[in-house]
Design a protein around this ligand. Structure first.
Ligand code: AMP
Length: 445
């Protein structure tokens, strides 16, 4: 029995439902925007490969304890901002709010400490923090991170800062400022903290509500409070730089000398402490400059040394240094710095050949021919969904290909194909057996 010829109207499957929207604070990155991401990733790869960094991926989901111990119980991230849940097996899990604890876990768990040190790693991926969404602040955002584990030399701190600076500079950005400080080590920071707490306690009534709380949990964080009244207090507070032990002092001096020698512009900022507990010695941030003024609001990136973190997370004593750049924020200023780098944005990948197919028989042969071209390293594009030769030729000239291969029913039957030079419009008939040699000749491959 033959199939019914008449087209039958399909019944609607379901009642139209309300579309589901994305989760608050999360964003879709659509294809035109992706050009910026690709451009940035290309520059990242170019710069980090000079320093022999290797790419690593770690899971987005980790045990909550990793961040409680690593990022630190007293930080805003762990206290207020993690997406944590108990899974069906009763495990306490969290979406990673930052990358470094996961890398440190992977370093110890996979025995990377037995490799020649330092181990230099980079990764680009999503981070999750339940902050109040606003301009430049998302609940899912992406970071480029670099980490150097297994060496304490100050030149590596300078290398990490250099990489952050070079990436931004290569992107054509100029409106940013690098802020650098040393937060000392366990020894000297302890002593400094006592002095700071004494000073802040005697000025407690002038501090904001948050800083009164910070004074108890994380007094160093008072130093980067944005509140005007707190700023007045902080201006007179003791500075950590005056309390550094000899080793931390010498290390910091060396880092600054490397930066000076490399002509990397920076600003010494004695109030910079960063939000995380684990930093030791060098700490730095990259601030955007707007209206001539650098501001910590919407910082582009930051990092520093974390010599104790591997041990805190159960590994061996391993000095380390790293940094993170916020991809969305970097792209935001890339767009604002009018025109810079735009000419370099890759829009459509350039191809040499377009395969044009006419009729059912040709369309069925098309994927086989595309397979042959791919296997012979000829970059080809197609528009299999299109029917007319006019619209396919229009796509071919829009894509800027050199040649079009045109396959119709006749060509399928006699195993030939038309080759059209897109510039001159001249067409020739070829045997399908000669496609590759002819294309290689024309494309000089
Ligand atoms: P942090 O780990 O807090 O030092 O963050 C490093 C960088 O990640 C920042 O300088 C920002 O560029 C970016 N970043 C941090 N939090 C967010 C957020 N909520 N939304 C967008 N970017 C962020």
């Amino acid at each position: 029995m033959g199939r019914p010829k008449k087209s039958v109207k399909m019944p609607r499957l379901r009642v139209r439902k309300k579309p589901i929207q994305r989760v608050r604070g999360m964003h879709d990155v659509l294809p035109p925007e992706m050009n910026y991401w690709n451009y940035l990733e290309e520059i990242v790869r170019e710069v980090v490969s000079v320093f022999s960094f290797q790419k690593i991926e770690t899971p987005i989901l980790e045990q909550t304890e990793l961040f409680q111990r690593g990022t630190g119980e007293s930080t805003d991230i762990v206290q207020k901002e993690m997406f944590s849940f108990v899974d069906k097996g009763g495990n306490n899990l969290s979406l990673r709010p930052e990358g470094t604890p996961g890398i440190v876990r992977a370093y110890t768990e996979n025995g990377l400490h037995v490799l020649p040190q330092p181990v230099k790693l980079y990764y680009i991926g999503p981070m999750f923090r339940r902050e109040r969404p606003q301009s430049g602040r998302q609940r899912e955002f992406h970071q480029l991170n670099i980490e150097v584990l297994g060496n304490a030399k100050p030149v590596l701190d300078a290398e990490v800062i250099f990489i952050a600076w070079k990436i931004l500079e290569k992107l054509g950005l100029s409106k940013f400022e690098i802020q650098v400080n040393s937060v000392g080590c366990r020894l000297c920071r302890g002593q400094y903290k006592e002095m700071l707490v004494d000073f802040l306690s005697s000025n407690k009534q002038r501090l904001c509500v948050d800083c009164k709380r910070r004074l108890k949990n994380n007094p160093l964080r008072v130093l980067d409070c944005k509140n005007r009244r707190c700023q007045d207090v902080i201006n007179d507070a003791p500075q950590i730089i005056d309390y550094l032990c000899e080793e931390c002092h010498d290390h910091f001096k060396d880092v600054l000398e490397y930066l000076d020698e490399s002509k990397i512009p920076y600003n010494l900022n004695s109030k910079l402490v960063r939000g995380l507990d684990y930093y030791t010695k060098t700490a730095f941030e990259i601030w955007p400059v707007e209206g001539g003024e650098a501001s910590s609001q919407n910082s582009l990136g930051g990092g520093g040394r974390y010599d104790d973190l591997v041990e805190i997370l159960g590994g061996r004593e391993t000095p380390a240094v790293g940094m993170a750049l916020g991809i969305e924020r970097v792209i935001d200023i890339l767009k604002k710095e009018e025109g810079k780098g735009k000419d370099k944005l890759i829009t459509v990948p350039k191809s040499d050949v377009m395969l044009i197919q006419l009729g059912d028989m040709a369309r069925k042969r098309a994927l086989g021919l595309i397979n042959l071209l791919i296997d012979n390293k000829i970059s080809v594009i197609e528009c299999l969904q299109k029917d007319s030769i006019r619209s396919q030729l229009k796509s071919a000239s829009g894509a800027g290909v050199k040649c079009a291969l045109i396959l119709g029913q006749k060509e399928v039957l006699d195993k030939s194909i038309l080759i059209r030079d897109m510039e001159s419009g001249i067409q020739e008939v070829l045997s399908q057996d000669n496609i590759i040699s002819e294309l290689k000749k024309r494309l000089r491959k």
